[in-house]
Design a protein around this ligand. Sequence first.
Ligand SMILES: [Zn+2]
Length: 353
Amino acid sequence: MEARILLLRPFWESAITAEYIRRVHGYTRYFGRLVAIRNGDEPLHVRLDPTLNPWRSRGALAGWLYDRLNPSLNVEFLSATDETWQAKVIEQIGLARAVILHLAPRQTPDTQAFPDIRVERRFVPIQKPEDFDEAVRTDVHEAGTGQGLLRELDYCRQAGALAKTIVLVPDHFMPRIQAALSVVNMGHGIDAFELVDGGVRTFLPKVSTLDHALANLQQVWSVIPYRRFGGPVFGGRLLRALNDVFAAPPAQSAPPCVGIPPEPIPLPPDGKLKHIRFTPVERLTKIPVGRLVELSFEEVAQIQPEWAADPNCPSCGSGPERIFWYQKEASPDLTPGATIVMLCQYCGYKDWR
Ligand SMILES: [Zn+2]
């Protein structure tokens, strides 16, 4: 069977992404079929069918010339919706012999201005319980690449596919990635604030939980910074990386869990039994440690109505749809007043009552 090379990339305007696909295909065509999730009408911009040659009717020479100028590409576009792309990408990572991930800014290929990733250093005295909410409120930074792309990078890790993943990063975006990565490395497992005498002090900037996927860059096969996408230096490095990945034995691993499992199953980060009841596993950014059972927001409202009336994340302000509600039990305890834990999927803040 023909080898498949999966391309994961930002979804810019389709005429632009089609051009980027054309350039990557210039190198992947020596190795196999390039596969990408379709973004709008890219197949219109990229010639896929060699038999379609509108110039052939004008004579053999015109037909030959058209083939030379617009060679048909060995590219497969897959359709996916907002609901299905996660499972589709996980499936394709498993099928691919190599994965190329283009880690670029989310809006356009150009240099973009982002707010600096730094902490607003402040001390909040705690005199009454409500002061604590003010103390833990922090700005959450993002590196600026697509959140979907970060999720895809994490799927590569979950699938054990980092050893076959090649990451392309524009030169101008590299400092931004490094700034976010240094915060991820510093803040691993600790909060962005600390309790001190009489109050709370913030001391670390916070990046979104999805940006923590950037830590996977330390384990991918190679990171290729480039000045000109598709240029000769870029091409030489990409060809060498593809050669190396294809020369290594194929990465073997079990595919990560997808969907809502019918019963409690062992899940990362610790392999403890977790009963996920409402959120498809592939949409969870941060899974809590320990045995747990997920609660619906309706159940939270039933157990603790006063919390459900004010359910936003105190740290970043995210609404209840971005919060994972659970209990550290084997099955839900719907007794009024029972303990509930919240874990914000955007900023990672955790609280329980
Ligand atoms: Zn939050």
